[in-house]
Design a protein around this ligand. Structure first.
Ligand SMILES: CC(C)(COP(=O)(O)OP(=O)(O)OC[C@H]1O[C@@H](n2cnc3c(N)ncnc32)[C@H](O)[C@@H]1OP(=O)(O)O)[C@@H](O)C(=O)NCCC(=O)NCCS
Length: 175
């Protein structure tokens, strides 16, 4: 049994511990992290899964921008990282976190959602790599894993994904 709750400051340390466990400390070298440098997660779109007092899952969302070749930058939401405690996998926790986050995004009419992840998992939530083939990131990315959800109408075919603010000087290694 687990409950999904809005993520707050009191969960931050536990979330970081879970992310270290699931992705390893080298996670901070990934391109996705460069997109979050100096940026705070969007509290109203980020959730944790609790089994009693134990944090067993987390999903965070972040503001992002897409810079077209010409014209103004467009807002996007970056979803991730998504992580579930190894001992609790296969119980639907990630799916429940995803549904909460996407429902909050849809309710607030937030911009389209971008993530870097496995299409076989995220495809079931409406994510696809179709629109992002010519989008660049501030580091290497496997474009088959650069997935967008939401209407791509009005989004440029070619663009640079960048953090909404903050320092992007740190070198990124892999997505
Ligand atoms: C991926 C992860 C979040 C899934 O969490 P979970 O709570 O076990 O997921 P759920 O129980 O909601 O969903 C399980 C379903 O997703 C599928 N699934 C899980 N990971 C998958 C993947 N990488 N690719 C394709 N399908 C995947 C399972 O096969 C299962 O399918 P089914 O419903 O048809 O049986 C979890 O395994 C995890 O934290 N992994 C380590 C961190 C990670 O890889 N995060 C995602 C970054 S892309």
């Amino acid at each position: 049994m687990f409950s999904i709750l809005p993520a707050t400051g009191v969960h931050l340390t536990l979330v970081e511990t879970l992310l270290d466990q699931r992705f390893g400390p080298a996670r901070r070298n990934r391109t996705a992290y460069r997109l979050r440098d100096g940026v705070q997660p969007l509290a109203h779109l980020s959730f944790v899964a609790m089994a009693g007092d134990t944090l067993v899952g987390s999903v965070q969302c972040w503001p992002l921008r897409l810079k077209p070749l010409f014209g103004a930058r467009l807002p996007l939401i970056l979803l991730g990282p998504m992580a579930v405690a190894r001992s609790c996998e296969g119980q639907g926790i990630a799916s429940a976190l995803m549904r909460c986050s996407l429902a909050a995004i849809d309710a607030a009419a937030e911009p389209p959602v971008l993530l870097i992840g496995d299409a076989p998992f995220y495809g079931r939530f409406g994510f696809s790599a179709a629109a992002t083939r010519l989008w660049s990131l501030p580091g290497p990315v496997d474009h088959a894993r650069l997935l967008l959800r939401g209407p791509s109408t009005g989004l440029p075919r070619v663009g640079a994904v960048e953090a909404a603010s903050g320092n992007s000087a740190r070198a990124a290694k892999v997505a």
